[in-house]
Design a protein around this ligand. Structure first.
Ligand SMILES: Cc1ncc(COP(=O)(O)O)c(C=O)c1O
Length: 416
């Protein structure tokens, strides 16, 4: 458990598990990782699990010997961990290469059940991995894709969504959080609107999972996608599909491949077993931050500590950035409870790339551009090739790192 007496996250204990955080860059000096939305750093326990799998358990599935049975056991355990992680039935868990690839496959599967003229709603807040698959499938099947716009604070506009839902809407594809500007969407309401119209609620949780506890049942989702490499695990994708839906959708399978459990129907070929071992360890790591009886309650307690720590970081960041001339933060303020600590900054006197490079030279790792959140950047009226400077934190970041970032940024902006 990583909680101090006062109920705050013990960041010393957290950071001790992430060797990358305190390893100096080639030129010396401390590094600051503000690139979490691109992929988080990994604790030692995850690396150890991957190593152990490859050294001790490496084998294919369904063999008639003990090593292979251990791999079967690992995958079953990973589905149980996946179920606890998303708050849903483990039978609906699907592993794959990454979120994008899984979504292309799942969209194709649902597409085969749709008719010409059926409608899909996407949002302008989403990463293109939850937009392009729908646009391409719509071309193949003669579907109509409508986009729901954004409010001035860069949230999904629910009035616009209500206007665009019709009795032909079959899927509402949306994100639980924005990977560009950090908005946490009103997922329960969106799922309710989708269901009232008879449509599926299809959620991208990639930018949400590092920060907030997922609860597919509580939110009323039919399908959810995420990427363990964004929440302290290895490069891997994971989806949860409501098991009855997973059973019925026409999955693309080679003929001899097994069809159970239902989520397995969307897993093609041999999986990255070592990454799955790392995923189990990543979920255990998150649960180890909290206390409680079973895995699910430890995860909830761990995420509560993460949420509080990140809310404090976000408040400090918002106030600090507001005092800098030449930069403008878009979207919700830093202290909004409806955001994760991912910030999009418009650079008024220089380009995001130049700032990101200069920050990188100072050991501060950020990101610049459009982050594949094409419609967010276009809605802001920015050039797609220029985009925003993105600062993305995780629970392992510290207030002192924000102070350092603000000092460096102030001198860079002064020199422009
Ligand atoms: C919100 C969001 N959705 C989807 C993706 C795509 O994830 P993957 O790299 O696992 O395909 C990303 C990646 O950055 C993302 O941030």
């Amino acid at each position: 458990m990583h909680e101090t007496v006062s109920g705050v996250l013990d960041t010393d204990r957290v950071r001790a598990q992430f060797p990358a955080l305190d390893s100096p860059p080639p030129g010396g000096g401390p590094r600051v990782f503000f690139d979490a939305p691109g992929g988080t750093q990994v604790p030692e326990s995850v690396v150890a699990a991957i190593r152990r799998y490859l050294l001790e358990d490496n084998s294919n599935t369904d063999g008639a010997y003990e090593l292979s049975r251990r791999t079967d056991g690992l995958i079953a355990e990973a589905r149980r961990h996946g179920g606890a992680f998303v708050g849903g039935d483990p039978d609906g868990i699907v592993f794959g290469q990454n979120m994008t690839t899984l979504n292309f496959n799942l969209v194709r599967a649902v597409g085969r059940t749709l008719r010409t003229g059926d409608e899909i709603l996407t949002t302008a807040l989403d990463h293109d991995a939850n937009i392009s698959p729908w646009l391409l499938m719509a071309q193949d099947r003669g579907l109509v894709v409508r986009e729901v716009g954004l409010t001035p604070v860069l949230d999904v506009d629910l009035d616009d969504m209500r206007d665009k839902l019709t009795d032909r809407t079959r899927v509402v594809a949306f994100c639980l959080a924005s990977n560009a500007v950090g908005t946490v969407t009103k997922a329960r309401e969106i799922a309710g609107l989708a269901h009232d119209a008879g449509a599926l609620a299809w959620a991208d949780a990639v930018a949400y999972a590092p920060h907030r506890r997922i609860d597919v049942r509580g939110l009323g989702l039919d399908l959810l996608l995420c990427s363990p490499y964004k929440f302290f695990g290895p490069h891997l994708g994971m989806a949860w599909v409501r098991p009855d839906l997973a059973r019925d959708l026409p999955a693309e399978r080679v003929r001899p491949a097994a069809q159970v459990p239902p989520g397995h129907r969307f897993e093609t070929g041999t999986l990255s077993h070592e990454a799955i071992a790392g995923f189990v360890a990543a979920v255990e790591y998150l649960a180890s931050l909290g206390s409680g009886g079973d895995l699910a309650s430890r995860l909830s307690a761990g995420y509560e500590l993460i949420r509080r720590h990140e809310a404090e970081l976000a408040g400090v960041f918002g106030t600090g950035v507001a005092g800098l001339a030449g930069l403008r933060m878009v979207g919700l303020p830093g202290d909004s409870p409806a955001r994760v600590p991912t910030f999009g900054l418009v650079c008024e006197r220089t380009t995001p790339r130049r700032l990101a490079e200069a920050l990188g030279d100072a050991g501060i790792y950020t990101w610049d551009g459009n982050f594949y959140a094409k419609r967010v950047v276009e809605t802001l009226g920015l050039d797609l090739d220029v985009g925003l400077l993105r600062i993305g934190m995780a629970h392992y970041n510290l207030r002192t790192e924000i102070d350092r970032f603000l000092d460096v940024l102030e001198s860079l902006l002064g020199a422009e």
